[in-house]
Design a protein around this ligand. Structure first.
Ligand code: MRU
Length: 365
């Protein structure tokens, strides 16, 4: 672990959640998001086991950032698979595939993880074995860099489409963290806000704290404050009241997996927000890159929902708050049905209304 000085929200700094240094024999570092905003710590990813642990523990989190970390994770897996050998052979390929599957099983809901790993495998699918390890390593690193660079382009394009839905002088409500920390840079839902600010718009963001792990309070509020975008932190349970008071003109959230019909899995609490938005006649937008779509699934009921450990609710951040032995249910995500989503903002354009033919047509662009 590397520790640098404590960040303050008003101190403008660009933190990258995923960093690769050097050639294919180089190193992966991940920003430990569990320590934010109190400390900036980088995790030295010396092995696939360390990367897997970082994904499971949410040190790196947010669907696109998980995908990018996993893509570089395959380069680390390759380093481990060939050890000191100069050749990539059948045995090392078997080992590499086992490590890729280890990474794939780290979190089940965010499809960007599986999407990135499949792309990495495909990048060397045509290599005939045995092969020169340096050539394969370079091919893998190039593929990981492309996943990373493509995410940057997608985030900025989402921002440009999404900013059009933020009116000057309006209030926007968001949930969880969808900013640069959750992606390569700028983010998805948050990219719409940063881009609107770049365009000179003034607006106010209501940030759901996002129980139980507080990605909104710890990460989104911090990112918005760094950018000097006016924001107010609220408990998740306050959203209805804030909407009733007329302070919210748009809800914009991210997604972890979107099916062919437009049902969208996102951080637990999103579905409730969509119902509230409908009741208050507030547009409800989901912003996500095409890497978050899984058109092999039609209905949201097919999306695997990650179940997380009880301690996240009974003793979040180290302090026991519930009686010993209490029964706990802790799904990390819920699914918002397409009918509650006004539009899905992608890097290719805006899907509106949200239905299967519009989703498929947009993804084919
Ligand atoms: O459990 P997390 O923190 O990885 O959940 C993240 C979210 O739900 C985000 O909204 C989603 O990944 C979109 S990230 C741009």
């Amino acid at each position: 672990m590397i520790m640098t000085s404590l960040p303050t929200p008003h101190h403008q700094q660009t933190l990258r959640s995923v960093e690769w240094s050097g050639d294919w024999q180089g190193k992966l570092k991940l920003l430990d998001q569990t320590q934010l905003p109190a400390k900036i710590e980088m995790v030295d990813c010396v092995s696939v086991a360390v990367i897997r642990e970082a994904i499971v523990q949410l040190r790196v989190r947010g669907a696109p950032a998980i995908g990018i970390a996993a893509a570089y994770g395959v380069v680390v897996a390759f380093q481990e698979s060939i050890a000191d050998a100069k050749v990539f052979d059948e045995a090392s390929k078997l080992l590499l595939n086992t490590k890729i599957e280890d990474l794939r099983s780290s979190r089940p809901t965010a499809v960007n993880l599986s999407w990135a790993l499949t792309r990495m495998s495909q990048s060397i699918a045509d290599v005939s074995l045995p092969a020169d390890a340096a050539l394969v390593g370079k091919t893998l690193l190039d593929a990981a860099i492309e996943v990373h660079e493509e995410d940057k382009r997608m985030c900025h394009a989402i921002g440009r489409f999404g900013a059009d839905r933020i009116a000057d002088g309006s209030g926007v409500l968001t949930h969880c963290n969808t900013g640069g920390l959750a992606t390569s840079e700028y983010g998805t839902a948050l990219s719409a806000m940063l881009t609107a600010q770049d365009q000179g718009k003034h607006f106010h963001v209501f940030v759901d704290e996002t129980r139980p792990l507080l990605q909104g309070a710890r990460l989104t509020a911090w990112e918005l404050m760094q950018r000097k975008i006016p924001c107010t932190l609220i408990c998740d349970s306050m959203a209805a009241q804030v909407m009733r008071e007329g302070r919210v003109q748009a809800v914009i959230v991210g997604a972890d997996r979107i099916t062919a019909c437009g049902d969208a899995a996102n951080k637990i609490g999103t579905y409730g927000l969509a119902i509230l938005a409908k009741h208050h006649k507030i547009p409800f937008y989901v912003a996500a890159p095409s890497s978050t779509f899984d058109v092999s699934l039609i209905s949201g009921s097919e999306i695997p929902i990650e179940q997380r450990k009880e301690a996240e609710i009974t003793e979040a951040f180290g302090k026991r708050t519930a009686p010993e032995g209490v029964v706990v249910y802790n799904p990390a995500f819920d699914v918002t049905p397409a009918e509650l989503i006004t539009a899905i903002i992608t890097e290719k354009g805006i899907i509106e209304p949200v239905n299967e033919s519009n989703v498929r047509a947009m993804l084919q662009k």
